[in-house]
Design a protein around this ligand. Structure first.
Ligand SMILES: *[C@@H]1O[C@H](CO)[C@@H](O)[C@H](O)[C@H]1NC(C)=O
Ligand SMILES: *[C@@H]1O[C@H](CO)[C@@H](O)[C@H](O)[C@H]1NC(C)=O
Ligand SMILES: *[C@@H]1O[C@H](CO)[C@@H](O)[C@H](O)[C@H]1NC(C)=O
Length: 407
């Protein structure tokens, strides 16, 4: 008994080896004969399996990030002062504003054009807690102004889809916006909460399934649009179920054109650099604004960048009332750090909002100003901007008067 053990196991391993060898020979023969069969039948099954498990990892990651953000928003909104009927807004709890819970978010759209102060204004809105910031969603249309069909129809379809957090169905250019974002990160990097997750979860950042789910968590949705003129944007106000608050942001054409001179993407594009086109758009925006302020007094507003900058606290407070939003301590903090002269000293990266709109007075020479004023007289009169008479006047006059939309 003592000696049979090892002998037995030796014999067993011998037969085992023989068995293994024959299996290998068989397998080699089989493999040679059926390798093409294997390749065509088995490989797709195997790779589908791997694709499937990668897909599962992705879906799990999406779900985890979404769950985590949902909790963060609930924490952030714990002590939030809901309108509760104030400002005509009947919202008393978070679910009322959250798309994934069947609520309707507070949607704000800033309509303007390039270099008109919308970065500052957009950031003022984005300083509010739990905001999802759709930053220039028509970026992929290029440097153009969209004034009417057919481009306007497509643009509006995209904007509506985004406001409903539907990133998978961006019209005929399905996914073009997200694909564009992969190589142009500024599509997302102004969107504070999304960008934070994108830096940790690079794989899912441009996945429409992720962005749509993520977006639907946010009670506040803001958007800035610099390529669509007001006449065409009226369609957004018409749709009461969207509940959009629209603000047209206007700036002195001399300030606009001075600021655009310093952007290399602008000078070759007439919609951006030709004063006559810029000011024709301002005239058309004015007549649309006169009509819309009567038709949508509660959901449409106009503000000039210069007024906002000179007296930011008053105007931002008014705008927050208009939105039906709490003038949150974060917003006040943002204004404290971005609009005061003495913050940060010389090396400060915080722009002083009070002087930014008026740089053109020293940066442009009078010939340039005169050239703009010649084609912009009508737009400037309508929007309350005073002509400069000569170069010394240009440097110390007050370029602002009032404008009257009720005319
Ligand atoms: C992926 O997940 C689904 C459902 O959880 C499961 O049925 C499937 O087997 C998974 N696939 C892979 C390849 O892991
Ligand atoms: C506000 O909502 C509540 C509950 O949904 C409803 O009972 C009430 O009538 C609403 N008030 C207004 C002014 O719409
Ligand atoms: C410049 O314009 C102002 C205001 O119109 C005028 O008072 C002033 O005399 C002008 N100066 C020159 C040098 O023409």
């Amino acid at each position: 008994m003592i000696s049979t053990g090892p002998r037995m196991s030796k014999r067993l391993s011998f037969y085992g080896l023989v068995g293994l060898a024959s299996l290998c020979i068989f397998f080699l023969a089989f493999n040679q004969r059926y390798s093409s069969y294997l390749e065509h039948r088995l490989q797709p099954v195997i790779s589908a399996y791997f694709r499937g498990s990668i897909e599962n990892v992705t879906l799990t990651e999406i779900q985890e990030v979404v769950d985590q953000q949902r909790k963060a928003i609930e924490r952030e909104m714990e002590d939030y002062k809901y309108p509760n009927g104030r400002y005509g807004v009947n919202v008393s709890k978070l679910e009322d504003l959250v798309l994934e819970k069947g609520g309707r978010p507070m949607r704000s759209v800033i309509l303007t054009s390039w270099r008109s102060g919308s970065t500052f204004f957009g950031d003022v809105i984005n300083a509010h807690p739990a905001n999802f910031y759709h930053y220039e969603p028509l970026l992929d249309f290029g440097i153009v102004q969209i004034r009417g069909p057919p481009l306007a129809d497509e643009a509006l379809r995209n904007l509506e889809a985004l406001l409903k957090c539907d990133f998978s169905n961006l019209g005929r250019f399905s996914n073009r916006y997200l694909d564009y974002g992969k190589t142009h990160p500024w599509v997302f990097n102004h969107n504070t909460h999304l960008w934070k997750q994108c830096q940790i979860h690079k794989k899912i950042c441009w996945d429409p399934r992720f962005v749509s789910k993520f977006c639907k968590l946010f009670p506040f949705q803001s958007m800035k649009v610099v390529r669509l003129r007001l006449r065409a944007a009226e369609k957004l106000l018409e749709q009461e179920d969207l509940g959009i608050r629209l603000v047209l942001l206007i700036r002195d054409p001399r300030g606009i054109l001075q600021s655009r001179k310093h952007r290399e993407w602008c000078p070759t594009k007439p919609d951006c650099s030709d004063p006559a086109l810029v000011c024709a758009d301002m005239v058309s925006d004015f007549s649309a604004a006169v009509r819309l302020i009567k038709k949508y007094p509660r959901t449409f507003r106009v503000i000039r960048y210069e007024d906002l900058s000179v007296d930011p606290y008053r105007h931002v407070r008014e705008l927050y009332n208009f939105y039906g939003l709490d003038f949150h301590v974060n917003v006040k903090k943002f204004l404290d750090t971005h609009t005061k002269n003495d913050v940060g000293g010389v090396s400060s990266t915080f722009r002083n909002s009070k002087v930014a709109p008026f740089h053109w007075r020293t940066d442009l020479d009078f010939e340039e100003v005169d050239e703009i004023q010649r084609v912009c007289a009508a737009a400037m009169r309508l929007w309350g901007y005073v002509m400069a008479s000569n170069s010394s006047h240009q440097k110390d006059f007050d370029p602002l008067t009032d404008y009257q939309l009720q005319l």
